[in-house]
Design a protein around this ligand. Structure first.
Ligand code: AMP
Ligand code: ZN
Length: 652
């Protein structure tokens, strides 16, 4: 029986591959169905013998209750963007400074969603979304329904791979056709459709949508020495990789490829939004390292955004959480990059003046990536007798006099109790990258504020379910849900809280660095500006801003109130051991290491308390140099920084 099951699984998987990937089936649908039913019968009779790579895992609707958070073992990064040939040249110059002879591999930038797949012993154990790069969502059940993702690999490897999950144009058309017939709203574009599908709780729906993947990265330590070998290795393991890549020795080569891709873009069976250029050699990649945001060894060239004409009907002025008042144009609706656009930002007063934008003008609007649409310029030929956009003198929310500082483009309301500012601070506090309180968006915040239930962030934690029930629109269930979401947010690691406080210049990245370093908010509140300014990746501006925030009486009071309400003030991520040998030191790795992998060396340094940085500066405490170290070593010598070797690191 087990032999037969094995045989059936092998054959069915082969047929599925022929059907879905090669588009060349060797058996009829009826034959496939017959074998499939035989397998289902055998599995039903022998549930303990179901094979991990059985195609039955891919079908059948399970209704999931939700998705769990998933902590990525290897973070996912984003890419630096380039929108012009000049920006690519600047990238090339930076790379050539370290590696004059680097070769690039150019890959298509697939317009889907990043996924991460982890295999143990060759079996798929976790499939996850990118999330914020360090924590995503576990969507394993859904990814199992994506036909081209192997459930088992051709070799029993432990490996974490990355790639893009997308909806092929053919699937998109079919899905939308069906939705239209059923009277359901159609998806705006394949990317939205793929995103909506991966978040489906009914796995049966996922199976029916025809998603597909291209894999392009091994995130776990790898023996491959180049990106092209990585792709080859992924192919051999059974993944689908994109074969439209191209090697380039210069930016001329890169540009030629980009032009070729731009010309064939519309005829591809899937959407792309650019070309990713990567240094092919992985040792060079290691050496080039990362900035806070993205690898230094890659750049994403983005195709120019689609542009459309629309008419400006009116202008709204809105007050943000720092008091900045920004203009937004209401437009005659246009279709832009798949969605209907009826509002676009005008940035600020200076922008309006510089571009001489007026109400009634026909303007060019564009949308780059996920950024909200913006107005590029006025179409002069279409101008008749337009109305000048008046700069408001008073705050549209609280009516107080607005300031327009000489050295600032922004128009500001400096009233500390301006309602609009308070509300948008609350909204920021609850937002996804901050405390992530689902259901506490702008309209609910406004209702709670108007009902005088919340005035500052600590009030959020004083809300009872009974308070919410007093607010219009809440029912038992929705009140319970929001109350629950608020309670859950108390357990967040404290970098979210710090970011949520909305202190000027303190973004989510800086918040994380600060909490890793000081382990909780109370420690941080007592740290002097100088110590903060000396941390790699921060600096004077952030330090000063934090200092002035924490030295105000209100801030101390707020921390106490939050603490009393049970909000966690501690960092819950990984912290270096107390008193670790390298604690507080900033270390730079350079050159080729012989025995340790670069990732292992980095992990070891971090576990000993060091902060591993990508470039040498005055703040560097020491440099670990391997063979053939280049400019970083030279710079360290020049600055008189202590230099150690691999043997020293191993001895620790
Ligand atoms: P961005 O979201 O614009 O910062 O671009 C980074 C994203 O591009 C990554 O997170 C990937 O999801 C996506 N991407 C698509 N194709 C590729 C590729 N061939 N190599 C690397 N990233 C890619
Ligand atoms: Zn105001």
């Amino acid at each position: 029986m087990e032999n037969r099951m094995n045989e059936l699984v092998e054959r069915l998987n082969q047929y599925a591959k022929e059907y879905y990937e090669l588009d060349n089936p060797s058996v009829s649908d009826a034959e496939y169905d017959k074998l499939y039913r035989e397998l289902v019968d055998l599995e039903t009779a022998n549930p303990e013998a179901v094979l991990p790579n059985s195609p039955t895992h891919r079908v059948g609707g399970k209704i999931l209750s939700g998705f769990e958070k998933y902590q990525h073992q290897y973070p996912l990064y984003s890419l630096q963007d380039a929108f012009s040939r000049e920006e690519l040249e600047a990238f090339d110059t930076r790379v050539r400074k370290e590696f004059p002879h680097a070769t690039y591999i150019c890959e298509l930038k697939i317009d889907g969603l990043s996924i991460s797949l982890t295999y143990e012993n060759g079996h798929l154990v976790v499939g996850a979304t990118r999330g914020d790069g360090s924590v995503g969502e576990n969507i394993t059940e859904n990814l199992k329904r994506v036909q081209d993702i192997p459930l088992t690999l051709s070799a029993p490897e432990n490996i974490t791979v990355r790639g893009e999950c997308y909806m092929p144009r053919a699937s998109f058309d079919r899905v939308n056709q069906a939705r239209q017939e059923a009277g359901e709203a159609e998806f705006a574009n394949p990317r939205n459709a793929a995103a909506g599908t991966l978040r489906q709780l009914d796995t049966g729906v996922v199976a029916s949508r025809g998603l597909a993947t291209f894999l392009y990265q091994v995130a776990s330590p790898t023996v491959n020495d180049s990106q092209s070998h990585v792709l080859q290795h992924l192919d051999e393991l059974g993944f689908v990789t994109n074969h439209e890549y191209h090697f380039a020795k210069s930016i001329d080569d890169v540009w030629e490829f980009i032009e070729k891709v731009a010309a064939m873009r519309d005829s591809l069976p899937y959407d792309i939004d650019g070309v990713v250029i990567k240094v092919n050699d992985l040792a060079m990649q290691d050496e080039l390292g990362f900035t806070v945001k993205a690898p230094r060894w890659a750049v994403a060239y983005k195709f120019p955004a689609e542009e459309k004409q629309a008419q400006i009907l009116s202008v709204d002025w809105t007050v943000g959480r720092t008091g900045v008042v920004t203009p937004t144009a209401n437009l005659s609706p246009v279709q832009l990059a798949g969605t209907t656009v009826s509002r676009a930002t005008l940035h600020n007063v200076d922008y309006i003046a510089e571009k001489d934008i007026r109400i009634g003008d026909t303007v060019i609007v564009y949308k780059a990536g996920d950024i909200i649409p913006a107005v590029l310029r006025v179409v002069e030929e279409k101008r008749t007798d337009q109305l000048v956009i008046e700069t408001p003198q008073t705050c549209p929310s609280c009516g107080s006099q607005l300031l327009h500082y000489e050295d600032e483009v922004a128009l500001r309301c400096i009233n500390p109790i301006c309602s609009a500012q308070i509300m948008s601070r609350l909204e920021h506090f609850a937002s996804r990258d901050a405390m992530n309180i689902a259901g506490l968006g702008s309209s609910i915040v406004e209702k709670l504020y108007r009902a005088e239930l919340v005035k500052d962030v600590a009030d959020i934690y004083r809300l009872e379910k009974s308070d919410l029930l007093k607010v219009e629109g809440f029912q038992d269930k929705s009140a319970e849900k929001l109350h629950q979401a608020i309670q859950i947010s108390k357990e967040n690691s404290a970098e979210r809280l710090l970011f949520g406080l909305g202190i000027r210049h303190v973004g989510s990245k800086a918040s994380k660095i600060l909490l890793e370093k000081f382990s909780n908010l109370e420690n941080l509140a007592q740290t002097g500006a100088e110590e903060i300014a000396s941390i790699d990746g921060l600096g004077q501006v952030i330090a000063k801003s934090l200092n002035s925030f924490f030295s105000s009486e209100g801030a101390q009071q707020l921390l106490t109130e939050l603490k009393e309400a049970g909000v966690n003030l501690a960092y819950l991520g990984q912290v270096a051991q107390e008193g670790a040998v390298l604690s507080g030191m900033t270390v730079v790795l350079t050159g080729k290491l012989e025995r340790l992998k670069r990732s292992e060396a980095k992990a070891k340094l971090e576990s000993l308390g060091a902060n591993v940085a990508g470039s040498v500066s005055k703040k560097t405490s020491l440099v670990v140099a391997g063979a053939d170290a280049g400019s970083k070593l030279a710079k360290a010598q020049e600055l008189g920084i202590e230099i150690r070797d691999e043997a020293w690191l191993e001895s620790l």
